[in-house]
Design a protein around this ligand. Sequence first.
Ligand SMILES: Cc1ncc(COP(=O)(O)O)c(C=O)c1O
Length: 418
Amino acid sequence: MALVATAETTRKLDAHALRADFPIFEQRPHGKPLAFLDSAASSQKPRQVLDAMTTFYETSYANVHRGVYELAERATAGLEHARERVRAFLNAPDAREVIFVRNATEGINLVAYGWGLKNLGPGDLVVVTELEHHSNFVPWQYIAGKTGAELRMIPLDEHGELELSALDAIAREGNVKLVATGLVSNSLGTINPVSKLVEWAHEQGAIYVCDAAQGAPHTKIDVQALGVDFLAISGHKMCGPSGASALWGRTDLLLAMDPFLTGGHMINSVRLEKTTWGELPHKFEAGTAPMAEAVGLGAAIDYLEAIGLDAIEAHEHELAAYALGKLAEVPGIQLYGPPANRRAGIVSFNIEGIHPHDVAQILDMQGVAIRAGHHCCQPLMQKLGVAATNRASFYLYTIPEEIDQLVEGLHTVRKVFA
Ligand SMILES: Cc1ncc(COP(=O)(O)O)c(C=O)c1O
């Protein structure tokens, strides 16, 4: 995985041209150009994705896997094609290992309930990090509490990067059974050393779960090269619609797990005495699938791959460097997280004496959309000693002019509060 792209190998994307694919940028909030700097929360959608979903609804819509008529077969083929697109996107060995879920949170819960309830117990440790999004923290805390296992956090250093030197001490405290970390921090943009974490987890005899909600939109992921055991992606953060995301897991682990949700579609046979589970991936896909949304996710993958994940990653590194440089000139600003070359396109900051919500509200009047709050990372906020930060996050359609608009807006914020 080339997290820092090199000039020789990287295609360059044209964000100004790509913006034409995104109808959202046609609007002018408060009479200003829209500077959308909240893509880490959810990305905007290109016409290609919207059109793929509309075409599916208009030409191929029926419930999948059940009907024997042509329309149902077409709908099923659409869903299964999307599954194959996710498989290829992650370089997973088998499409049956790709489970459609509503969002990354549901994917992580599926592992926490399906694997954790069965395999964790007293004396076992579940290891997360101080950077974690609540979606990769709370499910583990909850399942640890239910099973008698304990939760440990890998701490952060002063740059907001993981202190790997703490791993040995953690290993001495119990049986490390599961390690769950993000690939990219949604608050600081920190890129975690996943391969090293996987190696350590496996040395402990643990499985490794990767929360790639922020990684998958921005960098090429290869689950086989990374060696992870489970990996969750968030479709709505990578140009796909809300409602369709995916969990990938190793076949042997998925087969040995209990289902997460039960009901229609996920069964093999149902009798009063006993129900048996369906084959993969159906065992984990109870109820009607997010069919049109999955088709949209497949189209989003086509869109990202046509641009090139390497080009997207390089673009974000450039924007992060540009933003960190420009923001550093704003008086009273406190920037959090690692240097630009070690982070994705996410920048968190605070302006001395001004609450992040006030900053975000005044920026909104200038057409700038950023996020203010704890970003679902309260343990991290505690570490930083703040209740909240402002966060600007970038994507393939972000242009430097939006960052200029943000910086100009911050000068206005300071004048308002002077
Ligand atoms: C790092 C990280 N993990 C998990 C999630 C949850 O993703 P989803 O909204 O798909 O459940 C997010 C969303 O912000 C995130 O940033």
